[in-house]
Design a protein around this ligand. Structure first.
Ligand code: SF4
Length: 182
């Protein structure tokens, strides 16, 4: 199965309650052979309306952070731990993200096979590597089941607290240095 086929299956998924609040599935976007995957918490309002991840203010800031690290968004595969928007922008519940990771995200990671996976914010870091305190874990790398992960602040957090932005930019530069040489 390829990413397109997996996305088709996900687009009619009803395996967790989040399908009830979905307008459009936000499966993820980016090259199938991306060396970097970035994983966030969940689609928001703009993402739910368009079906695209990380648009709006947080997405704009993410592009700026990537640019600072001499990276371009077009090089990166971007997705979330759940593909459907939780109502009222609440955090996804454990059974919801566990189901979605199991059915879709784990297969996306397997198919893309990135060098490094950036986990944006506490929810993604906890769901994927069991790390809770992003203030302590950001910028560190973790190896789990043969995969390399780094936790970073979520761009939306840096929108609310601009003091986080320099650290987020620095962590993205560190993440880029972890890419395997060509
Ligand atoms: S969030 Fe994931 S598991 Fe839940 S309905 Fe959407 S695609 Fe299915």
């Amino acid at each position: 199965m390829n990413l397109e086929e997996l996305c088709e299956i996900a687009s009619i998924c009803t395996k967790c309650p989040l399908h009830e609040s979905r307008t459009k599935l936000v499966f993820g976007e980016g090259p199938e052979n991306a060396k970097i995957m970035l994983i966030g918490e969940a689609p928001g309002k703009n993402e739910d309306e368009t079906g695209r991840p990380f648009i709006g203010m947080a997405g704009k800031l993410l592009s700026e952070i990537l640019h600072h690290a001499d990276l371009d968004r077009s090089q990166i595969y971007i997705t979330s731990i759940v593909k459907c928007r939780p109502d009222g922008n609440r955090k996804p519940k454990k059974p919801e993200y566990c189901t979605c990771i199991d059915l879709y995200l784990s297969k996306q990671i397997e198919l893309i096979d990135p060098d490094i996976i950036g986990l944006l914010g506490n929810s993604a870091a906890y769901a994927l590597i069991g790390k809770k305190n992003i203030k302590q874990t950001h910028g560190k790398t973790y190896e789990l089941k043969g995969r390399k992960y780094m936790a970073l602040f979520h761009p939306a957090a840096a929108l609310y607290s601009r003091a986080l932005l320099p650290q987020l930019k620095e962590d993205m530069v560190t993440l880029k240095k972890l890419l395997n040489p060509d």
